[in-house]
Design a protein around this ligand. Structure first.
Ligand SMILES: *[C@@H]1O[C@H](CO)[C@@H](O)[C@H](O)[C@H]1NC(C)=O
Ligand SMILES: *[C@@H]1O[C@H](CO)[C@@H](O)[C@H](O)[C@H]1NC(C)=O
Ligand SMILES: *[C@@H]1O[C@H](CO)[C@@H](O)[C@H](O)[C@H]1NC(C)=O
Ligand SMILES: *[C@@H]1O[C@H](CO)[C@@H](O)[C@H](O)[C@H]1NC(C)=O
Length: 445
């Protein structure tokens, strides 16, 4: 009994001793660390407190800086003395109350979350998500999407925000609901929330963010980062293009001859408001004056037009084309139509070539429509079959891990040529991952 007790006392003493040693060692180290920590704290303070300065003072953000300049930047010794630079981008979108749209948003959300795994770039490029949601869809967002009113300052942690889409906007565009996905950018809530960002990426809810975006914004991507860039996907014929140029002229806008701009914009916050403003004004003109059998030149077409010649369904693209061509009329060129933006979700090219992916309205895999059907089948099947299917396709998980491993190689010298994961496989893997976790979370059985 006694030996045991004394053993316990010795044991207790050694533990206390170890704790003291460890504590002191830790304290000593903390002090030592403190010296270098101070430096980084200071620079962090500069970043968060000097938010207003950020968009002008930080070298990495200067739009006119070219990739060539970046490559020729000072050697590592000098650049290690530079303050850490953080680029802030907001992915912005409006979300309708359509259930399919909400489901599509969850894929965008999943891709946004996955972006956080690409350290150190995910710390240098902070990507927020800002959703203007038509009720009741705000209630169906992930809990991490906090109200936009909670956003005080630009932060170093990527955050998802939501704001209720004003019912008046929905009513205003009841004849063409898609325009709400542009009009929300004119609200004072949007303008206030986005003013401090360096970049705005305006997307549709069926978008997927590629980790290539981080490389692009760090100006380490083979594709140059311009002060503005747009997706380019054909949606018209020669008739369309001529007609759009004529309408621009008629309305007094300059058209720089850049056609087939798709719906995604990567621009600065001020420009995003300008483009949205002009697009809604021109869009209203189109809806009122440019469709119908009474309109000269299209008398033979149905009232809603005829795809792809002249089609009411893409009014927002027509209007945005004229707005963008006018606003940037002195500088806009073919180079601003980026293949890294609006990359189709069926692309077999490398995920690292894409910055932004768009799930288009077609049946090519990855197809949002086919995925929806497969998912219905999955949800309707027996639990044992579901288990079997999940086990059958664990290779999809491997795609995501492979992407992370590829990044380990890529981040050494930003040579993306060796990468193998395709856009299609990446999107498919993410889509099933979100579906498996969602069905697991609600315990279907
Ligand atoms: C939109 O443009 C009009 C006309 O140029 C201007 O009066 C209005 O203030 C603009 N609105 C916003 C939100 O910028
Ligand atoms: C439109 O073009 C005219 C003539 O080239 C030019 O004077 C004017 O500044 C342009 N407008 C814009 C908004 O760039
Ligand atoms: C699993 O894969 C096997 C072979 O590829 C296939 O025959 C089977 O139908 C699959 N099972 C499910 C549930 O998908
Ligand atoms: C990657 O491939 C492209 C096109 O084949 C080539 O022009 C470029 O030099 C390559 N980059 C590197 C770093 O090897």
């Amino acid at each position: 009994m006694i030996p045991f007790r004394s053993k316990r006392i010795v044991y207790a003493f050694s533990i206390i001793l170890i704790i003291i040693v460890v504590y002191n060692f830790g304290y000593y180290n903390a002090e030592k660390k403190y010296a270098s920590h101070t430096i980084s704290t200071e620079s962090l303070i500069q970043i968060s407190a000097g938010v207003d300065v950020l968009s002008t003072a930080v070298p990495i953000l200067k739009p006119e800086q070219t990739n060539a300049e970046f490559i020729a930047a000072p050697s590592t010794i000098e650049s290690s003395k530079q303050k850490p630079t953080v680029v802030h981008l907001a992915v912005v979108l409006s979300l309708s109350s359509q259930t399919s749209h909400i489901a599509e948003f969850y894929l965008l959300y999943e891709s946004w979350r996955f972006l956080q795994n690409f350290s150190p770039l995910s710390q240098q490029i902070v990507v927020d998500l800002i959703v203007f949601c038509e009720q009741p869809s705000c209630h169906q967002l992930p809990s991490a999407c906090i109200p936009l009113s909670y956003k005080k300052n630009i932060d170093l942690i990527a955050t998802c925000f939501h704001e209720i889409l004003d019912e008046k906007i929905v009513q205003k565009w009841s004849d063409y609901l898609y325009m709400t996905s542009i009009e929300f950018m004119l609200t004072k809530e949007y303008r206030k929330a986005t003013v401090d960002y360096d970049w705005i990426l305006r997307v549709d809810q069926d978008a997927v963010i590629s980790p290539g975006l981080l490389i692009g914004l760090a100006r380490k991507h083979p594709r140059k980062l311009y002060p503005m860039q747009f997706g380019g996907i054909g949606h018209g014929v020669t008739f369309t293009k001529n007609r759009l140029r004529d309408i621009a002229k008629k309305l007094g806008y300059n058209h720089s001859g850049i056609h087939d701009l798709c719906s995604t914009w990567l621009v600065n916050p001020k420009d995003s408001v300008k483009i949205a403003n002009l697009t809604t004004i021109i869009g209203r003109h189109f809806l009122e004056n440019e469709f119908g059998t009474h309109v000269p030149g299209i008398e033979s077409l149905p009232a809603i037009g005829e795809w792809p010649k002249w089609w009411r369904g893409v009014t927002s693209l027509y209007a945005a084309e004229i707005a963008i061509n006018h606003i940037y009329s002195s500088t806009l060129g073919q180079q601003h139509e980026s293949p890294a933006i609006d990359t189709p979700s069926f692309a077999e090219s490398s995920i690292w070539n894409a910055w932004h992916i768009h799930c288009l309205h077609n049946e090519d895999y990855f197809s949002k429509f086919k995925h929806r059907d497969e998912l219905h089948k999955f949800v309707g099947s027996k639990q044992t079959d579901r288990m079997q299917q999940i086990l059958n396709v664990t290779s999809r998980d491997k795609i995501l891990f492979k992407t992370l491993r590829e990044f380990e190689t890529i981040k050494v010298n930003y040579n993306i040529n060796e990468s193998k994961v395709s856009v299609r496989d990446y999107v498919t893997a993410l889509a099933w991952k979100k579906s498996y976790s969602a069905t697991a979370a609600i315990n279907l059985d």
